[in-house]
Design a protein around this ligand. Sequence first.
Ligand code: PLP
Length: 526
Amino acid sequence: MTMNREGRPTAPAATKDAGVSPTFTGNRALDIEEKLIFEVGRLDVTGVDVEDPGSFQDRLGGHARKAPIDLPGLTEPEAMRHYVRLSRQNYAIDLGLYPLGSCTMKHNPRLNEKMARLPGFADVHPLQPLSTVPGAIDLVAELGRWLLELTGMASVAMSPKAGAHGEYCGMAAIKAAIAAKGETRPIVLVPESAHGTNPATAAALGFKVVPVPARADGTVDPAEVRKLLSPDVAAIMLTNPNTCGLFERDIVEIAEAVHAAGAYFYADGANFNAIVGKVRPGDLGVDAMHINLHKTFSTPHGGGGPGAGPVVLSEKLAPFAPVPFVRFNPDGSGEFVETRKQAGDTATPFGRITAFHGQMGMFVRALTYMMSHGADGLRQASEDAVLSANYIKARLSDVMTVAFPERPAMHEVLFDDRFLDGTGVTTLDFAKAMIDEGYHPMTMYFPLVVHGAMLIEPTESESKQSLDQFIGTLRHLAEKAKAGEVESFKAAPRLAPRKRLDETRAARQPKLAWSEPTTPKAEAAE
Ligand SMILES: *Cc1c(COP(=O)(O)O)cnc(C)c1O
């Protein structure tokens, strides 16, 4: 397809349905309409042949199943096709640009996968004695060392399994440090723009959450923080760059005020991709920060895939790191401290946050990513991520409204819905129209501090051509909204396998179990 400068096709593409009568199968060429596994499976079919066990004495003590299990059976090719067909209805970073702000959906270099599949890493069993896997342990220690180098912090807990889990770990260390001083500090300050996991984490640990209002320019005002600080405050949880995609310029002043009040500074490091190799959080006064390996360091995520959220800790919090943790020996080698007892007198771990040592596959991918980029490459990735976001901001600011135009964007750019005023088109309609154009929508209605938010994070792994096509699409949609084509927005998505859902009903009355349709037999057979 030829594109003009806007990245728009020079000739309008015919819509998929134009002039086509419905097909016999309901499929549209390679768009295959797949039924639920309960509808395609049968009870008399299985993918494996198991010999009849004959008569035997079971030892289930009366717990043996009395009725058939009623799971649908499929032959092997049917099972394969079912899941491949479903997978084709998914959007994926390997399929196209994934502009979901705050999520850093970047390309995962295939070298990472190759390394993660080496049997010495892939086949390590969590219950294997550590003495049999020294190489794997070295790898985790080496990754920990890189994380400390990049963040300028004193210690790292590798085991948390997600960003939110890392938050919990870091805040638990803060809670332990406060208890060790014999203090009670029930309050945690959280800016209004924060990711929902921040207040949730604080609340889960029994803290009371007090919101910090945002300034008109989208950042946190140190004067507001100072007003809220008291001997009751345990910590502030702050994201930098924040979820409006802006660098918090007063972060050092905020950190100093927090420390002067005897409180700790937790940084949400999910947005680290904007500053890797440029700023070290340790130099900004951060006491604890989780790092989403599955965002910044490329491992694929979304769709509920694995995560890894190591937490770096300052000198003050290091003694409270959970076991297991990596202790670095004077010769540079790392060793795992597995139990509180092994930690000795130098440390008082708050406990254990998860079984075993963390996500091995993610550790391998993250270290491969770091080593293949090198220090200069990591810095360049951040610079390119910021450049991509600012390019989108510059090319769209005449047709969409940038929420905070005065400040340069970091790795993501925030738009609001003012450009849709009077058009009848909402942020949701706009996002649904993007689906018809073959894009996953950006993050919508987050952060909550601006109305109708649209948060776009292109990442560094998109080419200029790819960004231009995306920009062209958004320009086209913005112009279409302004031209009064509201009906086509309300009908979107028209080309997706599923149209608009009643999302409220789906959330309030989810149907979690399949039941046989009650349609009369004759009708069902048609
Ligand atoms: C993604 C994200 C988190 C949570 O990370 P998970 O791995 O999804 O638990 C926290 N804060 C911010 C700003 C994020 O973008």
